[in-house]
Design a protein around this ligand. Structure first.
Ligand SMILES: [Zn+2]
Length: 310
């Protein structure tokens, strides 16, 4: 599944290609993939893009919002207009998300995974493809968007996502920190790759009870979460072994070459050479170095008084 950096790479792409364009038509091939009144988007200009966690919004001039969620296999394909004023379905096509088999590039779009086709007044087109149909696009008012996202935690890259916010979210739960990091109601956008690697960099055992992590360790964890997300965006996102994400030009992201522990079970730790272990926490594959991330029962959080929080 695409995580925050991959969705941000998609957002940056749409931001540079769709701002100022007017939607002239929406073809709904799969009704399950779209909710809302499609008439409300016709002749509307896209004025802004935004993102919280893995949810991506295109803001329209009439204040409506198109909210995208790629889920497991969602894919966005952008086709610029050709010089003849028709969609250029064979050349200059950009693809983001779940890989499309190469033969589809020669066949063009729409293909059998295409669920929605947006056409713009300059004849460029945006295809929403989704093999498994878990992804969707919803048309919402600002109030509906607020309501829809009100239970989401702060986005990791938001300036409001501070170590104090983070600490407040983890101090009252004894669930393993690895599980809590994936809780989208606390922190929007942290997925399995970045949870594993940030815990490694902060030298925290993934099974540690969240309420045993002190403010200093929280600061370290927040620092590394933000850093690896930013590094990954710069690297164009991650294309993990499941190959669920590719780039506008069909190539893979490169952040996977910077994985610290994720998908490196039995390979030597990059710091101490100890083989990386793989266990399951909360049903999710969890990777860690048993030496660098020792489980330490005695790590108690300091009293709130000494943390300067009260
Ligand atoms: Zn190690």
């Amino acid at each position: 599944m695409p995580e925050l950096p991959e969705v941000e790479v998609v957002r940056l792409f749409l931001n540079s290609h769709l701002i100022g364009k007017t939607i002239s038509n929406l073809e709904i091939i799969s009704p399950k993939s779209f909710s809302g009144d499609p008439k409300k988007i016709i002749n509307q200009k896209i004025i802004k893009t935004s993102r919280i966690g893995k949810q991506l919004s295109l803001h329209l001039a009439n204040n409506f919002i198109l909210l995208f969620h790629l889920k497991m296999t969602g894919q966005i394909i952008y086709s610029p207009p050709s010089s003849r004023g028709t969609p250029n379905l064979r050349e200059g096509v950009s693809t983001l998300g779940h890989p499309t088999p190469l033969h589809s590039f020669s066949e063009g779009w729409p293909n059998k995974s295409t669920r929605l086709v947006f056409t713009f007044s300059n004849k460029s087109q945006l295809f929403f493809n989704d093999q498994r149909k878990f992804g969707w696009v919803k048309l919402l008012t600002p109030d509906e968007l607020f309501d829809y996202q009100k239970n989401l935690g702060l986005d990791v890259l938001s300036s409001k996502f501070t170590s104090k916010y983070f600490y407040n979210q983890i101090e009252n739960t004894s669930r393993p920190i690895k599980t809590v990091l994936l809780d989208q109601n606390k922190f929007a956008g942290i997925g399995n790759i970045y949870a594993n690697d940030a815990l490694f960099l902060a030298k925290i055992n993934p099974s540690t009870s969240s309420n045993k992590i002190n403010l200093k360790k929280s600061e370290l964890l927040v620092h590394f979460l933000k850093k690896i997300m930013m590094d990954s965006i710069k690297a164009g996102g991650s294309t993990a072994k499941d190959n669920k994400y590719i780039h506008p030009d069909g190539s893979a992201g490169t952040h996977q070459f910077s994985f610290q522990v994720y998908q490196r079970n039995n390979e030597p730790c990059l710091v101490c050479q100890t083989p990386i272990k793989r266990i399951k926490i909360g049903g999710r594959g969890t990777f860690y170095c048993p030496k660098c991330q020792k489980y330490n029962r005695s790590v108690k959080r300091d009293a709130r008084r000494t943390e300067g929080l009260i």
